[in-house]
Design a binder for this molecule. Structure first.
Ligand SMILES: [Zn+2]
Length: 254
């Protein structure tokens, strides 16, 4: 039974990932995420149901559009696979339960935000702003946070990055961190609680510095235009779901 449910949770994640691809593609362009049905970006042919099976179609079509043969971006199956794996590991952690659904929804928002940020360097308000109250409610009602934990998480999460951004602007006279990151960390703080913020900021900064320096060496650019910060905040928030408690036990409660 557990094996069956694990496979089902993976398949469920892949299907949701397919929908996230639509969101990632359309939200930054201001298009509806409900209709029309997906089309090939090259030739405009509507993609039929049997060519729209998550992960499978990409392999069957060997990464090419059936009608025009244009290559299909590997981002699509990557998002589907990532979402499928997230669904599977969250199911393994929480079982078939409300915390599974709430944390999966939270991770889906982070996946969409990350890929949009990577491509367009923006974090759309349509995701982060409703996400703040919505995931705060999930945090309190489902994940067992106290209301105070969640509210302080929102204020502190947004506040810390607001101060960093303002300080940076004052020092360098240019915008370093977008307002999108501020709202994203407020959303994360509301769902995970204020105690998660140390972990999230530490891990995301370390990841960001590591990747930023690597990109700088590789591309010889400067650190600024190298990488957006949203994906690192997102990765750190997901890691906190799995390792946050262990982190607190190891470093703080000794
Ligand atoms: Zn085509």
């Amino acid at each position: 039974m557990t094996v069956f449910l694990s496979i089902a949770s993976f398949a469920f994640g892949a299907v949701v990932g397919s929908f996230l691809n639509v969101c990632i593609h359309r939200i930054p362009r201001g298009e509806s995420i409900v209709r029309p049905r997906s089309r090939c970006p090259s030739c405009g042919t509507a993609i039929s149901g049997y060519d729209n099976i998550p992960l499978v179609s990409y392999l069957v079509l060997r990464a090419r559009c059936r009608s025009c043969g244009a290559p299909i971006s590997a981002i699509y199956p990557a998002v589907e696979l990532l979402t499928a794996v997230l669904s599977l590991v969250l199911f393994r952690k929480f079982g078939l339960s409300l915390p599974f659904l709430a944390s999966f929804a939270f991770c889906c928002a982070l996946v969409a935000v990350s890929f949009i940020d990577l491509e367009h360097r923006i974090i759309p308000d349509v995701i982060s702003l409703p996400g703040i109250p919505l995931f705060a409610l999930c945090g309190v009602g489902i994940m067992g946070l106290t209301l105070l934990d969640s509210l302080i998480g929102i204020v502190l999460g947004g506040g810390v990055l607001y101060l960093v951004a303002t300080g940076y602007e004052l020092l360098k006279k240019q915008e370093g961190m977008g307002g999108g990151d501020i709202k994203l960390l407020a959303m994360i703080g509301g769902f995970l609680g204020w105690k998660s913020l140390l972990f999230v900021l530490l891990v995301s900064s370390l990841l960001g510095a590591f990747v930023g320096i690597a990109a700088m060496v590789y591309r010889k650019g400067n650190l600024q235009d190298a990488v957006p910060f949203g994906p690192f905040l997102s990765v750190a928030a997901v890691l906190h779901i799995f390792y946050g408690e262990a982190f607190v036990r190891f470093f703080i409660v000794r």
